[in-house]
Every structure is written in C-alpha cells, then in structure tokens.
Design a protein. Structure first.
Length: 163
C-alpha cells in the first residue's frame, strides 16, 4: 500500500492546483480503485525515492442543507481516516479565516501527522507569511506556491518522512 497524503483546506486555497502539479507527470495515473467516492480525487505522485497516493478532498458541492462548514467537516473527517499524513493548506493572500480554525480543531483530534502549508506565497517574504499563520497552532508554517511549484518538492519529502 502506498503512503497516502491527503490535502485538506477550505475552498479556493489551491488544493486542486497542488494536486494537479503533484500528479502531472506521465506515470501519475489517477488511481482507479473500487469503492472510491466521487467527491474525492485520487492520484499518484512520485517523490524523490518513492511513489505515493494523494487525495484532493475539495471536489464537493455543498448543498443548501449541508452548508459549507458541515461539508468541510465531513470531508476532513473522511480524509483523516484515509491519511498517513495530512497537508493542511491555507492561503497566504486571504490570511486566516474562521474556517481555518474549525478545520484545525478537527485535525488536532486526529492521530495523524499534519503539515501546515501556506500556499500562494510567490513573491512574499517567508518571515511575514510564517508569523501570520503561527496563530493556528499547527506547527511551523511551510511556504509554497502550487501555481509556480515553489517549495512543493520539499513539502512532499517532509510529508513522506513523517509516514
Ligand atoms: P481549491 O478550491 O482549494 O481546490 O483551489 P484551486 O486549486 O481551485 O485554486 C483556487 C484559486 O487559487 C485558483 O484561481 C488558482 O489559480 C489560485 N492558486 C492556486 N495556487 C496558487 C498559487 O500558488 N499562487 C497564486 N497566486 N494563486 C494560486
Ligand atoms: Mg478544488
């Protein structure tokens, strides 16, 4: 079984952009396993020395009855269940929102390693980004740019080391 990295975060932080970057190489066939739900996307990524499975939890459509918070909570719980390691993605441009604190609360209860990755940091000072996100209490924020690929390889190697 491949180590499984799960991408968690509120809508629009860049989960799918990161997922696409990680699974873009030619041998990254999207896993076609029985029993996979449609609201999560599964892909294969290749680390420096090993392949892994990556899950994008963001493919859900919140309905009027479930609401975005409820749906996110559900997705986060399902993701935790499948994860060897979780990448909690936040948005450097938007800063912290109440949704991040809700997700952090759920993740804290999980018996899984969590890496906090601050996305969209291209052209930003790392120290400033880091200071803003310490408040979440999820460890040292790691700056990345999914769109530009900055910090992405290091993030994945760190994630795989925790498995
Ligand atoms: P998701 O809802 O979490 O899956 O987020 P998406 O991957 O759909 O990205 C949301 C928006 O953020 C899109 O307009 C992306 O182009 C943009 N985005 C994603 N990654 C980056 C990044 O590293 N830098 C910047 N500036 N924009 C990004
Ligand atoms: Mg998405």
């Amino acid at each position: 079984m491949l180590p499984t990295i799960v991408l968690v975060g509120r809508p629009n932080v860049g989960k799918s952009t990161l997922f696409n970057r990680l699974t873009r190489s030619r041998d990254a066939l999207v896993a076609d396993l029985p029993g996979l739900t449609r609201d999560r996307h599964y892909g294969r990524g290749m680390g420096a020395s090993q392949p892994y499975l990556v899950i994008d939890t963001g493919g859900f459509e919140p309905t009027a009855d479930t609401g975005i918070l409820k749906e996110m909570a559900k997705q986060t719980l399902l993701a935790i269940d499948e994860a060897d390691v979780i990448i909690f993605l936040v948005d450097a441009r938007a800063g912290l929102t109440p949704q991040e604190f809700t997700i952090a609360q759920t993740l804290r209860k999980a018996q899984r390693p969590v890496l906090l990755a601050v996305n969209k940091t291209e052209g930003m000072r790392k120290a400033i980004v880091s200071a803003d996100f310490h408040e979440l209490g999820m460890g040292e924020p790691l700056s990345i740019s999914s769109a530009h690929g900055e910090g992405v390889r290091d993030l994945i190697e760190l994630a795989l080391e925790t498995v």
